[in-house]
Design a protein around this ligand. Structure first.
Ligand code: 6GU
Length: 224
């Protein structure tokens, strides 16, 4: 899989892909993540990428031309399954969308900034619009990192224990059960006995019960 991220602030996208699971996935060749600096497609000697909005109003708008040129350059090289625009008025991101995006070959993620991007890009080039929640971030970069992380960890071979992505919270509309590691007794705070007893059938049953209990208590909406 290949993810091309277009950003006016590419530095914001450096560290998420240079550590831990995502870094290893890239090193193993399971995913390619290429960040494109929109400024390189800016107009004139100042490499302008934003301008005042028609009709007046506060805030700059990202211009059509630099984004168009960047996307068209990429589209010449390969076909893209999705061209995603990160925006707080997009469709709410969830595990189902992550699952479906993880099956794609090539995607572009465009990060918005300032007051947003010229609507004509959204009308003519964007195939889907994603928001990561009902709050406003200064730009789409952190949201793009969130979406990329959720997608990449689902690619086969990225997680060491492949089954572990399947037992994530949300995969079956249930939150994950509690987990424990050694020591079994820390200052009198004890691990549930069933987990140290070695009865795997009983442990599985306990985990299912706890997952259901936790979901009922915290996210009853998931059970409908
Ligand atoms: Cl994708 N972008 C911005 N700027 N804010 C957000 C968001 C995206 N998702 C939630 N808030």
């Amino acid at each position: 899989m290949r993810i091309d991220i277009i950003s006016a602030l590419p530095a914001l996208l450096e560290s998420p892909f240079n550590d831990s699971i995502l870094k290893r996935a890239i090193e193993r060749g399971l995913v390619e993540v290429i960040v494109h600096d929109l400024r390189e497609f800016g107009l004139g000697k100042h490499r302008q990428i934003d301008d005042y909005q028609f009709g007046g109003g506060a805030g700059m708008v990202m211009m059509v031309e630099p984004i168009y040129n960047c996307i068209e350059r990429l589209k010449k090289e390969r076909d893209y399954d999705e061209i995603i625009y990160m925006t707080p008025d997009g469709e709410l991101f969830d595990q189902k969308t992550a699952n479906s995006l993880s099956l794609k070959q090539n995607i572009i993620i465009l990060c918005g900034h300032y007051k947003g991007i010229d609507q004509r890009i959204r009308d003519h080039l964007i195939t889907s619009e994603i928001s990561i929640g009902d709050y406003v971030l200064s730009g789409g970069e952190l949201a793009a990192a969130v979406v990329s992380d959720a997608i990449i960890r689902l690619i086969p071979g990225v997680l060491n224990d492949e089954s572990s992505a399947l037992t994530d919270s949300f995969q079956d509309n249930l939150l994950a059960p509690p987990v424990y590691t050694r020591p079994a007794d820390f200052k009198g705070w004890k691990v549930p006995e069933i987990l140290t007893g070695g009865n795997f059938h009983a442990i599985e049953k306990w985990r299912e019960e706890k997952a259901l209990e936790r979901t009922q208590a915290r996210r009853p909406d998931l059970l409908n």
